[in-house]
Design a protein around this ligand. Sequence first.
Ligand SMILES: Nc1ncnc2c1ncn2[C@@H]1O[C@H](COP(=O)(O)OP(=O)(O)OP(=O)(O)O)[C@@H](O)[C@H]1O
Ligand SMILES: [Mg+2]
Length: 337
Amino acid sequence: MTDTPRRGRTSEPLLTVEGLGLSLPGTARPLLADVSLHIAPGEVVGLVGESGSGKSTTAKAALGLWPRGAEVSGSVRLGDTDVLALRGDDLRQHRSRTVAMVHQDPRAALNPVRRIGDFLLERLPGLPREQARARAAELLDAVGLPEPERRLRQRPHELSGGMLQRVVIAGALAAEPRLLLADEATSALDVTTQAEILALLRTLRAAHGLGLLFITHDLHLAAAYCDRVYVMYAGRVAESRTAKDLFAHPAHPYTRGLLACSPALGTPTAPRPVPGRPPSLADALPGCPFAPRCTEADAACTEWEPRALPLAEGGHAACRRLPESAALSGATERTTS
Ligand SMILES: Nc1ncnc2c1ncn2[C@@H]1O[C@H](COP(=O)(O)OP(=O)(O)OP(=O)(O)O)[C@@H](O)[C@H]1O
Ligand SMILES: [Mg+2]
């Protein structure tokens, strides 16, 4: 699938994934197939989709991490460095200079018996201890934790979930990455803390040109927070658009289904679940992977090799039954039925 980075206003992409495929032996279909995405400096890019659609696998692949025994194809570049060509220490060093990842559960990232200061100091190698401590306190202050000096002496159980998530974000920012991969980083937080953390990330984006991959189940949050959004289904990108276009005129039936699952607050519509269940890796899913659950599919959809079709308003959708109004005239394959 092609989704070529736009040139012009932004500089070179921080992350460019092209045609990424990832297969494990013994599964009926790949974990990822033909995934392409890019993130420019200062851009907030959303990655949404049901559980098991491959969001975390995509983010980890951007770090050069995948399950043992996986067969990987396509390309992943951090800046102009080919991540798939790096190994061992070279990969770790390059990663630590450019990119950091924050996971959903901050407690999983923190050793319960060690102090917050130890966690942060480990992320500031090479600095004399006193300087590193001062920098750690500065980082806690930057993520909005009051009394940073006291926090450095505390252990994880003494802090709330929201405070811990701030600590983990402070740790991720210690190496001054250019790209932050936030995998459901705010999903477990109450809405007030979530709003504060999102505001903080927005500030960092404005101040340092931080690029952000924002993985979330919450489509409305993605709409409000992201510049562009990729919708994943069964290890593939179903649709990629600006957030505004995606939510105003979703092109792929799966995107429309996801939006119908969570109608916006204040709308009279009741939530309508996407029929059927998210597929497992044991489902081979020939043709369009969404066809078995798609109310608009016909027999030909199960034979159609999914690929990104350009949309008139910009972006792409992998659906052979795109309405005339959505498809870019003359550039897409059309259905005759
Ligand atoms: N290390 C692994 N070994 C085997 N299968 C894996 C591994 N990691 C992920 N998978 C499988 O790959 C698929 C995609 O998983 P992934 O964690 O990327 O989904 P996700 O979109 O992040 O889901 P969620 O929203 O639940 O976090 C799932 O079927 C999962 O079981
Ligand atoms: Mg995940």
